[in-house]
Design a protein around this ligand. Structure first.
Ligand SMILES: Nc1ncnc2c1ncn2[C@@H]1O[C@H](COP(=O)(O)OP(=O)(O)OP(=O)(O)O)[C@@H](O)[C@H]1O
Ligand SMILES: [Mg+2]
Length: 229
């Protein structure tokens, strides 16, 4: 579904850091893929290249047969809008918007007011992530886990094909983090393809494929872990 071939990425500030040194990853449709590795190994950079937030220096990213380095900006924007969603360790919610308004944000790129249908759909997703009855609250009145649920709901509202998650449990306690991973696993079993970067090795038991990165390269890949949670 999504392949990255021989990705090289460096950042130049005063000096040049070679962050990715030829990374090849194949994301299968319907899979829950975990990318693990030590801090600084290049996990977030790789995730951002897969989700098109960053461009590689060389190598290509191919989505459903389409080389994303060669398509128009318009086409990439369409894919970002319709097919890809991203969630982060910090939830990036708007503090002055309610849960429902935060979840409706992806619709605000449209000129017309949000339709009743979109609102109803957003309410369904809010219920799906376990926040029914909290749609009028401001994020500041929610726990960390609930805030991450809002960011997941916002990521889901446009019914993406792939959800990219960078340390989605990174600022949550162990129990709350596990609840979030279980929600992601449920969404995955309903058909959503997930690519998640995590430090927490215990979550790799939820994954179909675990990719380990070290110093800008892949040093291990495990498929189809038997008896995954
Ligand atoms: N925009 C940037 N400019 C310069 N260097 C960068 C930039 N982004 C990342 N780096 C460097 O690239 C390396 C890999 O960063 P990356 O964020 O991909 O690591 P990571 O594996 O996600 O680490 P962590 O687990 O700490 O989040 C680090 O040495 C980092 O300092
Ligand atoms: Mg990171």
């Amino acid at each position: 579904m999504l392949q990255a071939h021989n990705i090289v990425k460096s950042f130049t500030t005063d000096t040049t850091t070679n962050v990715l040194k030829g990374v090849t990853i194949d994301i299968q449709q319907g899979d829950f893929t975990c990318i693990v590795g030590r801090s600084g190994s290049g996990k977030s950079t790789m995730l951002n290249i897969l989700s098109t937030l960053l461009r590689p220096n060389s190598g290509n990213v191919v989505y459903n047969g389409l080389d994303l380095g060669k398509v128009s900006v318009n086409k990439i924007n369409k894919i970002r809008q319709n097919d890809f969603s991203v969630i982060f360790q910090s939830f990036h919610l708007f503090p002055y918007l309610s849960v429902l308004e935060n979840v409706l944000l992806p619709y605000l790129s449209e000129v017309t007011p949000v339709s009743k249908k979109s609102r109803a759909h957003a309410m369904q997703i809010i219920e799906r992530v376990g926040l029914k009855g909290k749609e009028d609250r401001l994020p500041g009145k929610l726990s960390g886990g609930e805030q991450q649920r809002v960011s997941i709901a916002r990521a889901l509202v446009k019914q993406p094909k792939i959800l990219f998650a960078d340390e989605p449990t990174g600022s949550l306690d162990i129990k709350t983090g596990k609840d979030i991973i279980e929600l992601l696993k449920e969404l995955n079993s309903e058909g959503l393809t997930i690519v998640m970067v995590t430090h927490a090795l215990e979550y790799t038991s939820y994954a179909d494929t675990v990719i380990e990165m070290k110093d800008g390269q892949i040093c291990g890949e495990i498929h189809e872990i038997a008896g995954s949670a």
